[in-house]
Design a protein around this ligand. Structure first.
Ligand code: ATP
Length: 239
């Protein structure tokens, strides 16, 4: 991290348990302003568990600070208001509501931003959503639903957007579109924490990466170094 960048999210020795079973053990991570950081790892490694705990959906033991604020005891709403947002793995859209109403609900949760301005910003990023603004969310294609889930999270104007498997179930060309948009987001001042099983795509856009196995980080470094690591290539990149 250069001296000009500031730490946004800092996680220190995080442990997360389901009952007596620890799904995440002793994980430390940081994301600086303007960074795209990815966590890659196989099914069941603990990636979703980790994002949910950072968001406040699951309890976490350890340190979590965001933009200089201790998040440990903050409710989800307060974390959203501080500038943190999560696009969940299964998108969780209101399928019987139209695109624009789904987006407006994203702003409602935060309450502080001007919905009209946020809507314009989201429609500029995803013109397809503007074309389909009166269409029911449940009738959108998988790629459009992912765009809507991202757009809804962006309505609150987050500082850090956490994305859980945005490529899940999408065709390669759509994945390329989504990943291009993630890069554009960074350009507009949003930092990104990206969880992916599609390691190859994630490592192409991220600056740094963590490799997660069985609840622990086993490797961390620049995305370039991680992509060049022989063990990572064999396990996650399909070479
Ligand atoms: P995936 O890509 O499949 O979501 P992941 O890396 O995100 O994988 P998690 O979903 O976080 O992994 O799961 C981590 C571990 O925690 C797994 O062993 C899983 O079985 C367990 N786990 C997840 N959710 C629960 C739950 N609600 N109750 C008990 N155990 C759970």
């Amino acid at each position: 991290m250069s001296a000009s960048t500031r730490n946004l999210l800092q996680l220190t020795d995080a442990h997360i348990a389901y009952g007596k079973v620890e799904a995440v053990r002793g994980v430390s991570l940081d994301v600086a302003e303007g960074e795209i950081v990815t966590i890659i790892g196989a099914n069941g490694a603990g990636k979703t568990t980790l994002l949910n705990a950072i968001m406040g959906i699951l309890p976490l033991r350890g340190g979590v600070t965001f933009a200089g604020t201790d998040f440990a005891r903050l409710e989800i709403e307060d974390r959203v208001a501080a500038g943190l947002s999560l696009v969940p793995e299964h998108r969780e859209l209101f399928t019987a509501m139209n695109v624009e109403d789904n987006l407006r609900l994203g702003a409602f949760r935060v309450g502080k931003s001007s919905p009209a301005q946020s809507l314009d910003r989201v429609y500029a990023l995803f013109p397809r959503l503007k074309e389909r603004r009166r269409q029911l969310a449940g009738t959108l294609s998988g790629g459009e639903q992912q765009m809507l889930a991202m757009g809804r999270a962006l309505m609150g104007v987050p500082k850090l957007l956490m994305l859980d498997e945005p490529s899940l179930g999408l065709a390669p060309t759509i994945v390329a579109d989504i990943f291009r948009t993630i890069t554009e987001l960074r350009g507009s001042g949003v930092s990104v924490l990206l969880v992916e099983q599609n390691a190859q795509a994630a490592l192409q856009i991220a600056g740094r990466a963590y490799v997660m196995e069985l609840g622990e980080f086993v490797l961390a470094g620049t995305a370039k170094d991680i992509a060049a690591n022989a063990g990572v290539a064999a396990s996650y990149l399909g070479f």
